[in-house]
Design a binder for this molecule. Structure first.
Ligand code: FRU
Length: 492
């Protein structure tokens, strides 16, 4: 039996044992067992493909395969067979993260080969490889692999997560890396033909405060600026910033292709919830830069392991640039395809204390607009309420200009609170997506986003609008029940 077939068989078996209590209704997730980073995001022949790090044999991380999903509309996803399995001479212990491009009309994946030398001493080497598919489903690893056998001389052995693109006649690749002195950085390669790569130097590196290793880089133009997206390991927590074990964020600047110089501003986190990492992007035929992240965090509690699966990806989000210095992140407009029934409540009413909108539905989109110019309250917000004590709170403090997501009573008893500064002057718009085990908050049209996994045990009582120490005018409150795109899959 070949390795892909064997993994498919294992998944089929594991799928039958999955407990459905926290299964997602409209997010990307595995059929069973473990997933982490999104990989190889691409629109290819009109369809969106998302691959992901996958261990098909266990609910814990292990020898990495690439799982595969595709969609026509970024919303309705279809599982395809595993695309890559490790075990060849150049990827003996894992096919780590990477990207996808169209190459001579074929779909090509570029990924890191992870090769263990001594497991006990955690001694390994990493290299870069290519696999190509004619039908977009079955992939053949190139005989030229590894196409980059080793890192540059001044590098540590951390050398992974290639993101490739083409500009004119030249292919470019950025790779996540650490120097010998363990300074996190991104390095750049060039190729005239996609197979022979030449080292072009360091694109950006930590100034000493940005960690010991930069994972999962992505480098692209957005509205005339260049963005380097990175997932650094080892940034120290600082007030409300950098609260998770690892971060995902970006540097904005200008890039000179001739000198390979990237002049950029300071690092900014992309999302301020608990579970958002290893983000990658694709450019689609509408010219949109679409980002998808892993909706979990390394070493956090992952209760769905007990259910036979673990890991999900965020909704696809469109990135735009605000005033050349900040990225706004909003759900792609196709999320509207998920909407079933629409409900309006409380519009143009003043609330004081709390107002409960009853609904037992689990899959919801919510838009709430608070008029902060007609507001005497100190804090306003929403509570996603269980029928007992459970709640997830999204709260805005007017005096501190702080948005808070509190999941401590919805499955994150330890370290359940995250904060982000949000300068909401006239209006506070909260746009929420709730799934069975996640919440994504988009505040003031992408000025701040907060993404966390939640694990409610109770049924849902509804959504409570609240104001503390005063009242607030609610301009709009709309919610939609959302479609379960995976419905029926349980039976398979
Ligand atoms: C990021 C990461 C990548 C690596 C992959 C392994 O979450 O650590 O750097 O390629 O996960 O699964």
């Amino acid at each position: 039996m070949n390795r892909i077939h064997q993994a498919e068989e294992a998944l089929k078996k594991a799928g039958k044992k999955v407990n459905h209590r926290y299964r997602m209704g409209y997010h990307m997730m595995p059929r069973a067992n473990w997933i982490n980073d999104p990989n190889g995001l691409i629109q290819y022949k009109g369809e969106y493909h998302v691959f992901y790090q996958h261990h098909p044999y266990d609910e814990n991380w292990g020898p990495m395969h690439w799982g595969h999903l595709k969609s026509r509309d970024l919303i309705h996803w279809e599982h395809l067979p595993i695309a890559l399995a490790p075990g060849d001479a150049f990827d003996g212990s894992g096919c780590f993260s990477g990207s996808a491009v169209e190459y001579n009309g074929d779909l090509a994946l570029i990924y890191t080969g992870h090769n263990m030398i001594d497991e006990e001493k955690d001694d390994f080497y990493q290299n870069q490889n290519i696999a190509v598919s004619k039908d977009g489903i079955t992939f053949e690893k190139l005989k030229e692999n590894p196409v980059i056998a080793e890192p540059p001389e001044d590098s540590s052995r951390h050398f992974r997560d290639p993101k490739v693109w083409r500009h004119g006649e030249t292919w470019y690749m950025v790779i996540g890396n650490a120097s010998k002195e363990n300074v996190g950085r991104v390095i750049l390669y060039r190729s005239p033909n996609f197979v022979d790569w030449e080292y072009a130097g360091v694109l950006a590196q930590s100034d000493g405060n940005l960690g010991f290793m930069w994972e999962c880089p992505d480098f692209f133009e957005l509205d005339g600026k260049h963005i380097l997206l990175i997932s650094p390991q080892g940034i120290e927590a600082d007030g409300d910033s950098y609260q998770n074990l690892y971060q995902t964020g970006y540097l904005i600047g200008d890039y000179d292709e001739d000198t390979n110089e990237f002049v950029h501003g300071s690092f900014k986190e992309l999302d301020h919830g608990h579970d958002f990492y290893a983000v990658q992007t694709l450019l689609d035929d509408k010219g949109r830069r679409i980002a998808i992240g892993w909706m979990d965090m390394w070493e956090s509690e992952m209760p769905t392991k007990a259910d036979g699966w673990c890991g999900a990806l965020t909704l696809p989000r469109e990135l735009t640039l605000k005033d050349d210095h900040k990225i706004l992140m909003n759900p792609v407009e196709e999320t509207q395809l998920l909407r079933e029934s629409e409900h309006h409540e409380c519009a143009n009413q003043s609330i004081s204390g709390s107002y409960l909108i009853k609904t037992a539905e689990k899959l919801l989109e919510v838009v709430a607009v608070f008029d902060l110019t007609i507001c005497s309250a100190e804090t306003v917000g929403l509570k996603i309420r269980g029928i007992g004590q459970e709640e997830t709170i999204i709260q805005y403090s007017l005096a501190d200009q702080k948005l808070t997501l509190d999941c401590s009573k919805s499955g994150k008893a330890r370290d359940g609170v995250r904060n982000v500064r949000l300068e909401a002057e006239e209006k506070l718009t909260l746009h929420l997506f709730l799934d069975r085990s996640s919440i994504e908050v988009f505040a003031n049209h992408g000025e701040a986003t907060m993404t966390s996994r939640i694990y409610p045990k109770e049924g849902r009582a509804g959504i409570e609008l609240f104001s503390e120490k005063g009242n607030v005018r609610v301009e709009e409150f709309t919610y939609w029940t959302l479609k379960d795109i995976w419905k029926g899959d349980e039976a398979k």
